[in-house]
Write a protein that binds this ligand. Sequence first.
Ligand SMILES: C[S@@+](CC[C@H](N)C(=O)[O-])C[C@H]1O[C@@H](n2cnc3c(N)ncnc32)[C@H](O)[C@@H]1O
Length: 238
Amino acid sequence: MANSNSKDALDLYAEVEDLLGIKEYAPKLYGSFFDILDSLTFNSLLDIGCGSGEFLSSVTNRYLLDNIYGIDRSSKMAKIASSRGLTVSNKELSEIDIKFDIATATFDMVNYLTPDEFIDFFEDLKLVIKDGGYFLFDVNSEFGLSEVAVGNFIAEDSSRFLTIESFYENGLYDSKFTLFKRDDRRYEKFSSYISQYYYSEDFFNLLSEWKLIKKLPINLYNMGSNDKVIYLLKYIGS
Ligand SMILES: C[S@@+](CC[C@H](N)C(=O)[O-])C[C@H]1O[C@@H](n2cnc3c(N)ncnc32)[C@H](O)[C@@H]1O
């Protein structure tokens, strides 16, 4: 059985996300989400794996909704997003006890789910989405995981030195994060693994009580092919 990403690993990711250079691509990705959201009618939105709240903040500015809420498994991420004035908690999806018109998950959150978690996730999701509601999310394509995200990465600033070594094989993308953090004159070392799992359209077509409404391939990083796919699923109820 695959191990789920630990909270410690997600917290380490939260500490270094700003060094990864992905934020500059966020407006393009979110723009494609908004193209789809603009065509739907909704009054409440739950953003799952909201991270630092970049997408939630844009949603708040764009739509006048009754309820906009975010959750993230990393307490550090939830704290960063809350500090921006967003309504965010460190709760698990299974702990949410109200229903929303739509749930979103941006920038690969669904790839973080192990195959076992994937099944439970969509069961839990049914309990927080109203009948006829939606789940809008992106996943990395196989090209995105096996060609774009693999390899070695190094970044640093005045207090941090980060290395990431990433591999992909048979649907599993593994990345080892090593962070050297300066504390006064000494560097402290932190290491964690983050895994992502490749999910093709077949996985979403097989989900009972969910109907695939839209599939939008995205070439976010301009590396020659589509590196992500946005999917819109409709909860058709029991
Ligand atoms: C790549 S980040 C994307 C963050 C944000 N959605 C964005 O657009 O910047 C993925 C986020 O998903 C969170 N995450 C991973 N698995 C999760 C889970 N099962 N439930 C909630 N959050 C999760 C991580 O902590 C991380 O903040």
